[in-house]
Design a protein around this ligand. Sequence first.
Ligand SMILES: Cc1cc2nc3c(=O)[nH]c(=O)nc-3n(C[C@H](O)[C@H](O)[C@H](O)COP(=O)(O)OP(=O)(O)OC[C@H]3O[C@@H](n4cnc5c(N)ncnc54)[C@H](O)[C@@H]3O)c2cc1C
Length: 435
Amino acid sequence: MIIPASLKKGAFWWIRRDLRIEDNVALYHALQAERDIIPLFIFDTHILDRLDDPEDRRVNFIHDALKKLKADLEQHGSTLLILHGDPVAIFQELDPKSVYTNHDYEPYGTERDTKIKAIVETNGGKFHSYKDIVIFERNEVLKDDGQPYTVFTPYSRKWKALLKPEHCKSYSITDLSRLKRMPPDEMPELSTIGFREVDYTFPPRTIRQQIIREYSDKRDFPAVEGTSKLSVHLRFGTVSIRRLVSVALKSNETWLNELIWREFYHMILYHFPQASQKAFKPAYDRIIWNNNPDEFKSWCEGRTGYPMVDAAMRELNATGFMHNRSRMIAASFLTKHLLIDWRWGEAYFAKKLLDFDLAANNGGWQWAAGSGCDAAPYFRVFNPELQAAKFDPAQSYIRHWIPELGTPSYPSPIVNHQTARDRAIRTYQEALQPE
Ligand SMILES: Cc1cc2nc3c(=O)[nH]c(=O)nc-3n(C[C@H](O)[C@H](O)[C@H](O)COP(=O)(O)OP(=O)(O)OC[C@H]3O[C@@H](n4cnc5c(N)ncnc54)[C@H](O)[C@@H]3O)c2cc1C
């Protein structure tokens, strides 16, 4: 990669999962301390090379968000420098005077940032990284004895007790004149980084107050617009968590609890990194999974013959989103009815979810499989038909995603509910017997 000499030794605002100007902690600090700050985004080949679908919607989402960010910066006489490659090599080349960025907590991000910090500092530069995407980091909400919580309710109680107004204070960005004045840079096409555009409308980044007010009553019904659909914006930082928590505090505690679940799972993955590969409760690694590839394929394609499960999977395949109630039902069905290893389902969701988040996805899957911290007890096996009757009583969700329901082209159930339930409980019991 050829880096223009004018950019070397500069001060950089390095944007990653915080694709916004407003209330951005790293940008705020850069503007306080530096002049001629260069906004930078890197399409990281280590991340992109692992995505096998050239029509990956997440890359499209980022590309759209960057276009908007770049246009906003250009209105202020600056631009956004967008590079493609290995960030370590790029920073070696840039040899920055300083870097301002927000913490990335995922294992790869942490490792990469440690290397880059070392390179920058060895060359005499400064690497500044800030808390931005959470209210409380992994070590800020701990039990009185300093140990991490493994149960959500006491964690959330402590989280709320520790919350002070300054945690939600917005980092107000009013003057961008300290950004480097540059002519508009070229916006790389998706094809130049190996991806294609998809025709898709992403959930808006608007915080819909009415949905949040009515959340407690409506959140469990997949056919209803009853949840915020902000997960993809939280994932890529196109909204600020401080803003959302401020809204939640005024409007709805149930919704606030969901935002706290997000931080709970981040905290869990940090303190128990083995959970990304193994059962949080080790005994659950003794389960002998059935792992039938044909049944897995039917589940992925939404052709299990259980309409609520199939509607969920089709929603995911078509949109990259799946309602939380549907995620619980689909994940329970895979791990209990089909006795397929939760890691298979977790990997499929990771590939498809727009809002894919390592910690939340792992937490959700281990919850469904019963193996997670604070998980559903293993003998509670969701009955997909009863779930449908309760949460989609008019079959609006099911009929939307399965137009062929009731015709010969819709498959019969691939397993019998009662037989599958009994087999799941038996298999779990055998695995969990004391050795
Ligand atoms: C098997 C399974 C896998 C999941 N995988 C992911 C994932 O990869 N990424 C992800 O963001 N969420 C995941 N979730 C949690 C949840 O389903 C989604 O966050 C939610 O459906 C997103 O929709 P929303 O933005 O309308 O959420 P809302 O209901 O409006 O909630 C607001 C925000 O709170 C957070 N949140 C809500 N529920 C949870 C939860 N249970 N755990 C952690 N955070 C939560 C999300 O950031 C969400 O955007 C998973 C749940 C399950 C059961």
